[in-house]
Design a protein around this ligand. Sequence first.
Ligand code: FES
Length: 69
Amino acid sequence: MVLMIICVCNRINCRSVKDAVSAGARSPRAVQAHHGCKINCGKCTTMIGEMISEHMDRCLPQNPMLAAE
Ligand code: FES
């Protein structure tokens, strides 16, 4: 399995980002902190943010009214 490197500065790959998001990280800074790192150049923040959004879209109910039932 090939894992795409998302953050070159801290060698964080796509699986590591998903692990952090599953554990509750909701910002690029939180993803970095989950792995004991800090944002360096910042080039990965857009990609990490998109991955967080995709995760949230998948996890949140499409119709909140249905979820309340
Ligand atoms: S690529 Fe992530 S901080 Fe530089």
